[in-house]
Design a protein around this ligand. Structure first.
Ligand code: ATP
Length: 353
């Protein structure tokens, strides 16, 4: 009871996303959702997120400009962009905290533009740097949200224990959130986003404030969510992290979409920067001429180090090795550089700005 009173007293501090979620519909356990799916829910065929020309301005500033985005079920979809690109504005539209100026927005096949509590019931959302009432304990916080989702007491207790363990806060559920570190606050934020077992989990910068161990744990958590059949859409600045977790990625800048597709697709964007750096025992004209004759690379020589700028996606290391030894050279080191998400990101964002 105390928890409820404390919550009501601090109701205004709770992000508005959660105010409208309040027990309008009973919590769907994973098995209920599974049953719903197996009955042939036609919405199952729809993308989990689909936007067409989604646009939002603040006064004269266009924050999101005709964004067309498709996220299919069970994807881990990374949403990337530099500061001020429009990621949070997009996410706020997805979860109904902002109403788009124009364009269409569908979540789980339903029109989701504006205030749609029924859709929000099916989304788990962690805002960027969540601010929770500091006087509540982690366990109390999950309990309060569980009540809003209409979960039974037993369900709330079971789920809170499960999630506290999952996010690495086992044994800390009775500590006040005011005493949590930044990383622990992120973790309890992730736990509340997963509480109702939502079909879609939207995380705004989930790794902010986490140490390297925490980041690895978040990575594992996100992978675990998708294994459970859910879909994850999350924004991040951390390219390496996105590359390790995501199967799909959308990159925006200045509100415009620069790329949306799979990680393999983006390799094509990054390909021009893919290179192999060779160190040979001794510089020689014959090695240089042989490398220059290779059809899949252009060569830059610097003493006994040759940088081959590749124009192929194939693994050509064996061909290079054969060519160099055929020319009487000995390779001391061969290292692949570039061609990753970071190169693609820099090349797209650099071109656009
Ligand atoms: P970051 O990575 O820094 O969090 P972001 O990609 O999430 O940035 P947004 O917060 O969506 O970007 O901001 C997009 C643009 O809209 C920026 O130019 C920002 O200054 C502007 N903006 C965001 N919120 C508001 C607001 N409430 N009022 C006016 N302008 C805003």
């Amino acid at each position: 009871m105390l928890v409820r009173e404390q919550f009501i007293a601090n109701f205004k501090q709770v992000p508005s996303f959660f105010r409208v979620v309040r027990a309008r519909k009973k919590y769907n356990s994973p098995s209920q959702l599974g049953a719903q799916f197996s009955q042939g829910n036609s919405l199952l065929d729809s993308p989990v997120i689909q936007t067409q020309d989604l646009t939002k301005s603040y006064g004269s500033r266009v924050a999101v400009n005709h964004l067309s985005l498709t996220v299919e079920a069970k994807q881990i979809h990374g949403f990337l962009g530099p500061n001020g690109a429009g990621k949070t504005t997009t996410i706020k539209m997805l979860v109904g905290l902002l109403t788009p100026d124009s364009g269409s927005l569908k979540i789980l096949g339903m029109d989701a533009a504006g205030d749609k509590p029924k859709i929000r019931q099916r989304i788990g959302y962690m805002p960027e740097l969540p601010k929770f009432p500091k006087h509540l304990t982690g366990g109390e916080l999950l309990d309060v949200y569980g009540r809003m989702y209409g979960m039974s007491k037993e369900e709330r207790k079971r789920r809170a224990a499960e999630l506290l363990k999952m996010v690495g806060l086992e044994g800390r559920g009775r500590d006040k959130i005011g005493k949590y570190s930044k990383g622990m606050q992120q973790r309890i934020g992730i736990a509340q986003a997963l509480l109702s077992d939502p079909e879609l989990v939207i995380l705004d910068e989930p790794s902010i404030g986490l140490d390297p161990v925490g980041m690895v744990e978040v990575r594992d958590m996100v992978k675990g969510i998708v294994k459970g059949g859910q879909t994850v859409f999350f924004s991040s600045h951390l390219l390496a992290e996105v590359q390790q977790i995501c199967d799909h990625v959308t990159i925006i800048n200045n509100g415009l979409t620069l790329f949306t597709g799979t990680l393999e697709d983006i390799a094509a964007v990054a390909m021009p920067s893919r290179r192999l750096v060779l160190e040979v025992q001794k510089a020689s004209d014959s090695v240089l001429q042989t490398l220059k004759a290779l059809p899949f690379a252009t060569v830059e020589a610097n003493g006994n180090v040759y940088t081959l700028h590749l124009n192929t996606k194939d693994d050509v290391r064996a061909d290079i090795s054969r060519a160099v030894s055929g020319a009487g050279g000995v390779i001391l080191k061969m290292q692949e550089e570039g061609g990753g998400l970071e190169d693609a990101f820099m090349s797209l964002v650099g071109k656009e700005s």
